[in-house]
Design a protein around this ligand. Sequence first.
Ligand code: NAD
Ligand code: MG
Length: 396
Amino acid sequence: STTLRCQAVTVLGATGSIGTSTLDVITRHPDRYRVHALTAHRSREALLALCRIHRPAQAVMSRETDAAWLRERLREAGLATEVRAGAEALVEVSEAAEVDTVMAAIVGAAGLLPTLAAVRAGKRVLLANKEALVMSGALFMEAVARCGATLLPIDSEHNAIYQCLPIEHRGGLARHGVTQLLLTASGGPFRGWSARELAAVTPAQACDHPNWSMGRKISVDSATLMNKGLELIEACWLFDARPSQVQVVVHPQSVIHSMAAYSDGSVIAQLGNPDMRTPIAYGLAWPERIEAGVKTLDLFSVARLDFEPPDETAFPCLPLARAAMVAGGTAPAVLNAANEVAVAAFLDGRLGFNGIGDLVARVLEARPAEPAGELGTILEADAAARETAQAWLAGC
Ligand code: NAD
Ligand code: MG
């Protein structure tokens, strides 16, 4: 049986928050998983440390200078890991015949091509890299169906919804009696703040999330609620939902990770401690369950659960994302690209916090949606949106 065979796993973005949590779960189950490839952008010291522990067949870095450095250190350590550089190598370790599972945990648009390659090669794809799906939704889901990939959402909300739906939930929510998806949001570190108060927010404040420890980009997205906007788009594609079927519910404790509402009045929720190892273990072992190193939720220490609607005036990124999904075509790719540029500028101190939403709105206006049937069109829309965003930044 396939469950007895050791699965070979490629971890894209191994040095990141999701990547290291994935390796933590894998280490707990050496009989079930072995690492085929590990990849990182520029953190070569961190990738070296991971290679020493996991002894992958392959390692990939973005630049050849970093790859050469890593190659030399691994040779000194007597490890046989083959080290390569660049985007093509990322694609190759994602589609390689000996790979069963790909954890897509690169942040941003840089993850699109390797993630799509894993899908097209029919792998089990553990999707953390939500930007890849937001950019290419229709094309991505069509490739999943056509190539027989097993797509398992790792984003905690989507993983929760996946667990709340019938195992076979394709063909539209209505067919399974699901009326609404309730997407929970912590509200981020600035829940309850007005636009005026938000104007002076610093990168350090924005990256200090109350419940989750994450990479800097997604931390800023959580603070602006763009993360919830990207997740709304992600939910529409993953579960074949209309934007109006996804309701965002602010739930500051982050204990309910999301819910599905059914036509008979039932609402099914998935609960747990906020620890990404739970959805990661679910994705690795599905349809089985394995130990993830996460304590069982103690409801007495949680004591209470609160819910409130999101403030879409102070946090315009959420309605902007919903509008981009409604507009369709290349609009979500444009939204994502503009947001990536805006977040990088905010982290560099070149743009204020409220400037993120302003910039995204301007770029969406300047780059109206076009049909997104082909990957080339999506990549062009992404590049054009980045150019527009950079030009606006240079002028302000
Ligand atoms: P991170 O910044 O901690 O890690 C990103 C990883 O991607 C690193 O290994 C980095 O080296 C690599 N990387 C960055 N830029 C790259 C590039 N241009 N080319 C190749 N590799 C590159 O990010 P994270 O928090 O682990 O998030 C990863 C993805 O998972 C994001 O898409 C995020 O939205 C999603 N996600 C994260 C969490 C979380 O709790 N951290 C939860 C849900 C979804
Ligand atoms: Mg999430």
